[in-house]
Design a protein around this ligand. Structure first.
Ligand code: SAM
Ligand code: DTB
Ligand code: SF4
Length: 314
């Protein structure tokens, strides 16, 4: 699948057929009980110079999120160790940066990556734009994956972000791939985009030289104070269709049911897993926004008959 027409066809397959096909492809490439648990940590929150219209951390909007300095290595080690006890296999760290600047802070992040790897977990970071050399340094530190979302279609992007371009994003993705780091790249739905914008994002990803190893699908978590605070929530079955379409387009990737699970019913989440989602963020908090409680997720896993995540350390 490479063209918008093909994506539209698949997306509009009668829902039960679409679900069945996606589940079949899912099972050809993955163990259905294997739902990856990632824990997120905002290691440098707020005060970001970018104007991403969805984001709690942009300095341009009054969201109530306070800017904090970069966490210390010790703080990160402690959080990562707790994530491991919770059963996370991947630890993801985010910074409210436009781009990485060489210097002591980047060196500290490299040390954090090494620390997470030494604990035996996969390490992912999302730090904004990167140079080729910085990507190589992250690879040398043992980084497993780099998260850098295209967010939406090329056409809709400028209505959401004006301080960087789609091509800036693509350049960073190229640097990450060239350094041999896995790419985690997806987007956000529920920002007022059309169905075609959602599909065009997938088309863009499908046409990358190498398709992403993981594709996060975030539902906008509306943040008071941002321009997108009052956008209508996503229609649940549209999310299911999009996940199934992503599963069919990227059979081997992890499709991550990312932000927004706190507003989803358990039944909707189960449908998303049936449609091929096989990764979630686990733990009570995303970067700044809420996530379902660890106890709630443990119950969901129990209800699905899957090995439960341990919640005793939360
Ligand atoms: N500053 C870096 C950057 O933008 O690449 C990394 C952190 S940024 C918060 C990571 C991603 O989180 C964004 O690309 C966006 O896709 C997602 N995100 C941010 N705010 C969100 C929200 N309110 N709802 C859903 N997803 C969101
Ligand atoms: C991704 O696609 N989703 C995560 C992660 N990558 C960094 C971030 C979700 C952020 C939700 C809003 C918040 O916590 O502020
Ligand atoms: Fe900054 Fe990233 Fe938020 Fe954009 S998404 S405002 S770059 S932290």
């Amino acid at each position: 699948m490479k063209t918008l027409a093909e994506f539209r066809d698949v997306y509009h397959t009668p829902l039960l057929d679409l679900l069945f096909r996606a589940a079949q492809v899912h099972r050809q490439h993955h163990e259905p009980a294997d739902i990856q648990r990632c824990v997120l940590l905002s290691i440098k929150t707020g005060g970001c110079p970018e104007d991403c219209g969805y984001c709690a951390q942009s300095a341009r909007y009054k969201t109530g999120v306070e800017a904090t300095p970069l966490m210390t290595l010790e703080q990160v080690r402690e959080k990562a160790a707790r994530a491991k006890d919770l059963g996370a296999s991947r630890f993801c760290m985010g910074t409210a940066w436009r781009e990485v600047k060489d210097g002591p802070q980047f060196d500290e992040v490299l040390a954090m990556v090494r620390t997470v790897r030494d604990l035996g977990m996969e390490a992912c970071v999302t730090l904004g734009m990167l140079t080729v050399d910085q990507a190589q340094q992250l690879a040398d530190a043992g980084l497993t994956a780099y998260n850098h979302n295209l967010d939406t279609s090329r056409e809709f992007y400028p209505t959401i972000v004006s301080t960087r371009t789609y091509d800036d994003r693509l350049r960073t993705l190229q640097a990450v791939q060239n350094a041999g780091i896995a790419v985690c790249c997806g987007g956000i739905i529920g920002m007022g985009e059309t169905e075609d914008d959602r599909l065009r994002l997938l088309v863009e990803l499908a046409n990358l030289e190498k398709t992403p190893e993981s594709v996060p699908i975030n539902c906008l978590t509306p943040i008071a104070g941002t321009p997108l605070a009052d956008v209508e929530p996503v229609e649940p079955l549209e999310l299911v269709r999009l996940i199934a379409t992503a599963r069919l387009a990227f059979p081997k990737a992890r499709v991550r049911l990312s932000a927004g699970r706190d507003r989803m019913s358990r039944e909707l989440q189960v449908l998303c897993f049936m449609a091929g989602a096989n990764s979630i963020f686990f733990g009570d908090k995303l970067l700044t926004a809420p996530n379902p409680s660890a106890e709630g997720d443990a119950e969901l896993f129990r209800a699905m008959g899957l090995p439960e995540p341990c919640v005793s350390m939360s």
